[in-house]
Design a protein around this ligand. Structure first.
Ligand SMILES: Cc1cc2nc3c(=O)[nH]c(=O)nc-3n(C[C@H](O)[C@H](O)[C@H](O)COP(=O)(O)OP(=O)(O)OC[C@H]3O[C@@H](n4cnc5c(N)ncnc54)[C@H](O)[C@@H]3O)c2cc1C
Length: 399
């Protein structure tokens, strides 16, 4: 049996970008239906720290604060980092950002993906229980869409049929919605995998996010609240496979060496996980009454921890535009509203993706003249106060 309903907004995908969008729209008085294929995993304080952590910039924290979930994240488990230190394995020179120089308490926070999703879902569930118009359909999968001038018809795998004035696709880098909408992508396969694990080190992480650029890919150590560091080690596919196959002590020895023993020896390591790395930029962010946000619109190299931060900037921009349209009594799915979102976000997302790509290409090279130029560039930026401040503002989402 099929049912047909007219809805304000359907959000497809309840990762952090989709859940934050749904919550923000509910708060702005929209009727929201959130469709997700997999139930989010529970988060418990006595569980091992989720292997997937993200470095959240201050503007992302502000958005989560406005949604009323940030204090729950901080109370549960998050780690503020106060310094960031970047250097090159092949050249002298380093770049250091310090929150104190900027008159701030932190440059950002390391937070578990699972915790973010859990807190957003819990708050959405509470909103729907208290009568706000949020509906979670999970497990549920969109199997067909028909996008016309008046609205979008959506068919779910269980036969449910829905109709909405606006569909927001937040279904991740592989985005089945993007493919259904016929939106192409520009891709670059980095031929790398990011190995992630949580490691104990001989010396304290000093509440610092560390990044060492090496030929083949960068290595980051991100400070966790329990004193360990979460590593993101990008390596060419073959070398990543070799590193994943090493036994624990051989892996720790290689990791310590690759990190120049900055924090002394690596004394423990959790199980390793690996993620293939690929740049993927959607050619458009909008098709008719459908709009892409988060990784569905742009998947970038993790070297500067920008992926989710860009996604949350999409959320803020889109929700602001939709809310203004609603307040003026207009149609939130109208072409001019969505075009404005595309104009504002596509340029920033494209610039960020290409800048990260350029950094990956130039810092991944072994060529000595390039390595010397990189070392010089790091030292110069470190010494030129205004430029350094500008870069700090960009990373914090304040430009
Ligand atoms: C190693 C690594 C380190 C990273 N570090 C950082 C960092 O430090 N800082 C940072 O900002 N970013 C970082 N990122 C990027 C960040 O993890 C992603 O940008 C972010 O998780 C994307 O969130 P999203 O909600 O857009 O997509 P996703 O998290 O992929 O969520 C998509 C959701 O859609 C659902 N879905 C898929 N298809 C369907 C369908 N047909 N119907 C319904 N639901 C569907 C999925 O089940 C999923 O729940 C890192 C990434 C990697 C790989």
């Amino acid at each position: 049996m099929s049912r047909r309903q007219e809805l304000d907004v359907i959000v497809v995908g309840a990762g952090v970008a989709g859940s934050a969008t749904a919550l923000a729209l509910v708060r702005a008085g929209f009727g929201v239906t959130l469709v997700e294929t997999r139930s989010p995993m529970e988060w418990r304080a006595d569980d091992e720290v989720d292997p997937r952590v993200v470095a959240l910039a201050p503007d992302s924290a502000s958005l989560l604060d406005e949604l009323g979930v940030w204090s729950s994240v901080l109370d549960a488990r998050a780690s503020a980092y106060r310094r960031m230190r970047v250097w090159d394995a092949l050249a002298p020179g380093a770049l250091t950002f310090d929150a104190a120089d900027r008159g701030e308490a932190a440059l950002g926070w390391i937070v578990e993906n699972r915790l973010l999703q859990h807190v957003l879902w819990r708050t959405l569930n509470a909103s729907s229980a208290s009568g706000n118009p949020a509906r979670l359909l999970c497990p549920a999968e969109v199997v067909a869409i028909d996008n016309d001038h008046e609205g979008v018809a959506v068919a779910l795998a269980d036969g449910t049929r829905l109709r909405t004035r606006l569909l927001i696709a937040a279904d991740g880098a592989a985005s089945p919605m993007r493919r259904r909408l016929g939106i192409g992508t520009r891709d670059r396969d980095y031929g790398q995998r990011a190995i992630v694990a949580h490691v104990g080190t001989e010396r304290s992480h000093e509440a610092t996010a560390w990044q060492r650029f090496q030929p083949g890919g960068p290595l980051a150590f991100l400070p966790l609240a329990d004193g360990r560091s979460s590593i993101v080690w990008s390596r060419p596919d073959e070398d990543a496979a070799r590193l994943l196959a090493l036994d624990d002590s051989a892996f720790r020895a290689e990791l310590g060496c690759a990190f120049d023993f900055r924090l002394g020896a690596i004394v423990s390591a959790s199980p390793r996980h690996a993620f293939p790395l690929r740049l993927r930029l959607a050619e458009r962010h909008v098709a008719g009454r459908c709009v892409l946000i988060g990784d569905a619109a742009h998947a970038v190299h993790p070297l500067a921890g920008q992926g989710l931060n860009l996604g949350l900037r999409d959320v803020r921009c889109l929700v602001t535009l939709l809310t203004h349209a609603k307040q003026r009594g207009g149609d939130p799915g109208a072409a001019h509203v969505l075009r404005r979102y595309e104009r504002e976000r596509r340029s920033e997302n494209t610039l960020a993706a290409h800048s990260l790509d350029l950094i990956e290409r130039s810092f991944g090279s072994k060529a000595m003249p390039l390595a010397a130029a990189r070392g010089l560039a790091l030292s110069l930026v470190d010494r030129i106060g205004p430029l350094k401040h500008l870069l700090g503002d960009a990373a914090a989402g304040r430009l």
